[in-house]
Design a protein around this ligand. Structure first.
Ligand SMILES: CC(C)(COP(=O)(O)OP(=O)(O)OC[C@H]1O[C@@H](n2cnc3c(N)ncnc32)[C@H](O)[C@@H]1OP(=O)(O)O)[C@@H](O)C(=O)NCCC(=O)NCCS
Length: 355
């Protein structure tokens, strides 16, 4: 017997037999039990399940951090994915149906060994496989599920599924994607850069006529958003920043701006860190991202000064590595970061498949 996207396994038959044997069980209970089993699929020695929110979060986070430690995934993923899946968070996506668009795979001993999320409006495809399963049958199963799910959501209309931030040094993931017909989007090269903070760090040298301070609260938001969008078009909105400053991850002292003597906001550097990642990773990582200077104030040393100030603030909070992302095509920013001591640790590309 076949169901769409679901293979009926021997466990279903066992469950039916067990239900029927227990004669007090009503037919309704039997049907419910069949549905429970039918809602999972099996690949080799693994079953897959719909994601049920907080209950499954801990196990998925464990897998995320294992994959990160194994250098299988981009550094930003643990923080981002946690925010995407937390309903009240800044990044939570209203377009994701947790029950159908997010799935995880477990071994028979209960260990979570795979995870996938499909969100066509913003995030595309994100998936994880435990290091021992990389490049194998499970990864193929996950990618097939994601493609089927995408076709289902798009109701058969042609659509591009985008798997973001694939590390160039993860050859197993790249071959798995290629086997499923994904190709590299060479237009979108990203660089992950790191600046260790346990080696000497220059003091920030502020150009005359400017000072650095952190955002003082909601009154600054309109001017702040205008500044950010003048440097990086359409990067943010008043609403997004208002939500961000209310999240537990937001630390006002790390939301820096360079202000001219006449009060104009000239440059910014947003820093933060993920407390969860900090608690479990071997190196304590913080982020300086995004960074920018309004066009009229460039080439005065403002970005350099504000990033250095941010790095000192992170260092004083016990952060050991400052991390950021930059587009491969953004030479000005790369030069700035290199001059401060950041080095590229890997390149990343999106992989796309037209379905
Ligand atoms: C990249 C950016 C932040 C630089 O800001 P800035 O205030 O002009 O930078 P600074 O004056 O502090 O420059 C510091 C160093 O960066 C490098 N740099 C800055 N602008 C550069 C440019 N246009 N070309 C080459 N190198 C550049 C230089 O090494 C410079 O040192 P130098 O002046 O001794 O040569 C700014 O151009 C910007 O906002 N760009 C758009 C937003 C962006 O790309 N942000 C980064 C990605 S999130």
């Amino acid at each position: 017997m076949r169901y769409i996207g679901t293979r009926i396994t021997s466990t279903v038959h066992e469950k039916i037999a067990q239900c029927l044997e227990e004669s007090e069980m009503s037919m309704e209970t039997v049907t419910q039990n069949i549905r429970k089993v039918d809602n999972r699929t099996q690949v080799g020695k693994m079953n897959s399940y719909p994601f049920e929110g907080n209950r499954d979060m801990e196990a998925v986070l464990e897998l995320l951090l294992t994959c990160k430690a194994n250098k299988s995934i981009d550094h930003f993923l643990p923080f981002m994915l946690r925010l995407v899946l937390t309903p009240s968070s800044l990044l939570s996506s209203t377009s994701i149906d947790l029950g159908t668009d997010v799935r995880f795979w477990k071994k028979h001993d209960g260990t979570v060994c795979g995870f996938a999320l499909v969100d066509l409006s913003v995030w595309g495809l994100f998936y994880l496989v435990s290091p021992s399963e990389e490049g194998g049958e499970l990864e193929q199963e996950i990618l097939s599920w994601a493609c089927n799910r995408t076709s289902h959501i798009s109701r058969g209309e042609s659509i591009t599924l985008r798997c973001r931030r694939v590390r160039e040094d993860n050859s197993k993931r790249i071959s798995s994607l290629a086997r499923q017909g994904f190709r590299r989007d060479t237009d979108r090269e990203g660089l992950r850069m790191v600046r260790p903070l346990d080696v000497p760090l220059d003091e920030p040298l502020m150009p005359r006529g400017f000072k650095i301070r952190h955002l003082s609260g909601p009154d600054d938001i309109d001017a702040y958003v205008a500044l950010v969008n003048s440097a990086i078009p359409e990067a943010t909105s008043v609403e997004t920043h208002q939500r961000w400053i209310k999240t537990p991850e937001y630390i006002p002292e790390l939301d820096l701006i360079a202000v001219a003597d006449d009060g104009t906001f000239a440059a910014f550097c947003q820093s933060y860190y993920d407390p969860l990642d900090l608690a479990r990773s071997t190196r304590r990582e913080g982020w300086t991202d995004p960074i920018g200077t309004a066009p009229a104030y460039r080439k005065k040393g403002l970005a350099r000064a504000i990033v250095l100030e941010a790095l000192w603030r992170l260092k004083r909070r016990g952060i050991e590595d400052a991390v950021l992302g930059v587009a491969g095509s953004n030479e000005a920013a790369q030069k700035l970061y290199e001059s401060i001591g950041y080095r590229v640790i890997y390149k990343m590309y999106d992989y796309v498949k037209v379905l």
